[in-house]
Write a protein that binds this ligand. Structure first.
Ligand code: ADP
Ligand code: MG
Length: 133
């Protein structure tokens, strides 16, 4: 059975709920505590960005089953303003809010696969996968 869950983000509580849901699913899939922490940190960053920059959106978390490998996929989506300069945003040290997390470059480092699909005035979909090994 493929497991998946989603959390709507429209307040700080949603960020907490998304972290908890992510940790639970990561544990169920078989990730160890270090990877669980990486995954929940990535979810926090993505959920916080939704809350800060798009006001609301959704974090979907699901098990992925590939050929011979399983993992977890995080899909952060919103219908906010979109990301203006994705190239700048992916450079380390580029942040507008001075947050503690390492931002989107941090999420990319914490996960194995990372993709941003963003359109100005239309919204953003960020997908990240971590494989179980
Ligand atoms: N979901 C989003 N919608 C619109 N803009 C976003 C979103 N996520 C990130 N951004 C933009 O990308 C920038 C970089 O994000 P990030 O790497 O998380 O750093 P920080 O949040 O600390 O500024 C943000 O400052 C913001 O301008
Ligand atoms: Mg951020």
């Amino acid at each position: 059975m493929q497991v998946q869950t989603h959390v709507d983000i429209h307040s700080e509580w949603g960020i907490v709920a998304a972290r908890q849901a992510g940790r639970k699913l990561a544990r169920e899939i078989g990730f160890g505590s270090v990877d669980q922490a990486r995954i929940t940190t990535a979810i926090s960053e993505l959920a916080r960005n939704i809350y800060l920059y798009a006001n609301q959106g959704r974090i979907q978390i699901e098990e992925v089953r590939g050929s011979g490998k399983n993992g977890i996929r995080i899909i952060a989506s919103d219908e906010g303003p979109g990301i203006k300069d994705i190239r700048n945003v992916m450079e380390d040290g580029f942040t507008t809010s001075g947050g503690l997390g390492a931002g989107l470059p941090g999420v990319k480092r914490l996960m194995d696969e990372f993709n941003i699909d963003s359109e100005l005035e239309n919204g953003t979909v960020i997908t990240a996968i971590k494989w179980l090994r």
